[in-house]
Design a protein around this ligand. Structure first.
Ligand SMILES: [Zn+2]
Length: 230
């Protein structure tokens, strides 16, 4: 059967019209645009979704990939183009291991401070790099700092991406200590919970060490660890 923790209903999170009155005359209606990101993915059952932002970083991402591989689970990596362009092998390894490569913009700006065309450039350039590298464009997008605006939702939809925020912020970027990161994940774990961590942007040794501890613990508790499929 499919690997444990992988969503059984791949289409569960694709955009759907809010009404049934779509025109039937052959013209495809424009997809509705979300005004809020997904913050959890509850249709996945007792599965926790692990996400890693801001990478890839050759100092930390390989260790995270190795830990995920050792436990045969899939996660999501929201990469920045300016990092990924120098780490294409890591992107390919993510894809080869079944992880989801998401779009986290090119240079990690505060999107609401940019013009619409600058936002589009940040997002489009990153999607193109991901597609060029792994053979498919990203279908998930996450705004840096969780700072979304209407342009970001609209452009994301135009580029074929769904917006994903998170349920549990490990605050690992504050380097609070491995114990606190593990506790944040353990306390926050639940069906469809999306966990935010980082594999780049500073010293991420605590994030790497924490994953090695909480991942087997979550599995032991009966959680699936998985990703929404496109
Ligand atoms: Zn970020």
């Amino acid at each position: 059967g499919p690997p444990a923790g992988v969503a059984r209903n791949p289409a569960a999170y694709r955009l759907r019209p809010m009404t049934d009155d779509a025109p039937s005359g052959g013209r495809t209606p424009a997809p509705p645009v979300r005004e809020q990101p997904f913050r959890e993915l509850p249709r996945m059952g007792r599965t926790v979704v692990l996400t890693f932002d801001d990478g890839p970083d050759p100092r930390y991402t390989p260790d995270i990939l190795s830990t995920l591989r050792a436990h045969d689970v899939r996660a999501m990596f929201f990469v920045c183009g300016e990092m990924a362009t120098y780490q294409r092998d890591l992107l390919r390894r993510m894809a080869a291991d079944g992880h989801v490569v998401g779009n986290h913009t090119w240079s990690h700006p505060q999107l609401p401070q940019l013009t619409r065309s600058a936002i589009r450039k940040e997002m489009e350039r990153t999607s193109e790099l991901i597609e060029d590298t792994v053979g498919a464009p990203p279908v998930w997008f996450r705004a840096p700092y969780g700072a979304w605006n209407r342009h970001a939702f609209e452009i994301g939809a135009e580029l074929g991406m769904e917006p994903l925020a998170w349920t549990v912020d490990t605050l690992d970027w504050t380097t609070p200590g491995t114990d606190k990161i593990v506790k944040a994940v353990r306390d926050g774990a639940g069906p469809g919970v999306v966990v935010l961590s980082h594999d780049a942007g500073g010293n991420r040794e605590q994030s790497v060490a924490a994953l090695r501890r909480y991942l087997p613990e979550l599995i032991e508790e009966g959680y699936g660890i998985g990703v929404p499929l496109p």
